[in-house]
Design a protein around this ligand. Sequence first.
Ligand code: F6P
Length: 538
Amino acid sequence: MKTCQALPALQQCAASIPHLRDLFQGQPGRGQALQLQGAGITLDYSKQRVSTEVLELLVQLAQQSGLEAERERLFAGEAVNRTEKRAAWHTALRVPANRQSPSQACVEEQLQRMSRLVDRIQSGVWRGFSGKRITDVVNLGVGGSDLGPLMVTHGLREYANAAAQGLRVHFASTIDGSQLFDLLDHLNPETSLFIISSKSFSTIDTLSNADTVRSWLSSHCEDEALMLRCHFIGVSAARDRMTVWGLPQDNQLHFWDWVGGRFSLWSVIGLPIALALGMSAFRQLLSGAHAMDEHFRTAPLSQNLPVMLALLGVWNVNFLDIRAHAILPYDGRLKYFPSYLEQLEMESNGKSVDQQGRALDYSTCPVLWGEIGANAQHAFYQLLHQGTQSVASDFILAACRYDAPGHYAHQEPLRAQHQLNIANCLAQSRVLAFGDAAVESENSPWQRYPGNQPSSTLLLKRLDPVSLGALIAAYEHKVFVQAVIWNINPFDQWGVELGKQVALQLQPLLRQPGSSAMHELDDSTRTLALRIQQQQAC
Ligand code: F6P
């Protein structure tokens, strides 16, 4: 980033960029001009604090950062994850079967295996230990082995196929076992199936939940081999570990180390999605992502949706010093989309060392969080409107409700609510941009809205498997483009590792009150641990 020629000019532009009100006044037709389409999604970025000159310079910045060459390496399956010396080839997971290269054939092979499992479970051929059909499936996983399947399954549940509709799919991720406990409380061991989803098959959160389920099932079924065969499926890149845990070969689905955990929902990690919605919906999700891949690979940078999302983010962070980014889906079905993006963006680009190992002297990923937009209006929007922080926002909206004949969204009250929701979405981005000029009020200082908070609006025709696939892929590529510009590796997450190791060291100490090893702890942690031990003793 340091050596790019576009940088000084961008810095100059940032110093004098006008208020959004003035940008609109000075550019008639800005709404149309600053809008683009990619894979069926419309991106309106007219309410970003950019001029035509800034946009041209940002595109130059991308070119000067070597984006086009790095994008080729990504799609060719080269080792773009340099610190771990492997590819990040999630795009290969969504290449249509008839266009897969020989090195991608393994993808279709695993999808076929997954499809056969889905058929057997949905049709009732797969039975529990006592011969009853499966009614409930629980995904045990965390991070990328949980958030993507959870978000998609929840977001698209209206699209469940007839075969899938009777099957309930649940998710348990927390290491404290609380989510699992709530589920086991009402699940029937004879009709429940558990998916152990873990790329590494070594994540303690997931394995401890799996062990708890195993002992719960053992108390109902004495034949351990039968219990394992009828009630567990493993999904992992670590075949040996699945086998050591006791999973029969036929109950294992595999993927590869070149699929990053937070990019893995397209692989067999998507099994809960396929079980909840059917294989056809899962394939449509893949096709939507592939359409976005093709758009990202071929569209000119200035008309490229993920590239534009990335460049606007870089502009906000590095030039306008806006370090917070809100994700605001105006759609209750996208409830888990913000948490999904929190991992995708912050685990990928929360880095402070460049590809060559040097400390950075510029900012990378902003703090990103979000909530269903209309609910957030009654929670944190006050800060967006009148706080002291500049915050960039992404509004996400589907123009049409799901409109299958007979669907509940056909009913008039829900149609009216949908329009109300759209009005709220448009109103909020408008007030954030223009402040009280938008409503022409003459209010007291406490009632004034300064405006000038930048936002983009991503508009889908409707929220369906194809469009959600495209939306997720757009954000994946956004993350990649930003990483190229920031010269960081978005595909590793070393920072998460130390916390895991320290937790494992602390765990035995908590069981030994007064242990001499306690003295090696820092004073705060030791005092807290002692207090916990005291409280547990009474
Ligand atoms: O939190 C770190 C992390 O490695 C994530 O990147 C990953 O998605 C998650 O843990 C779960 O990992 P696994 O799928 O190997 O259990």
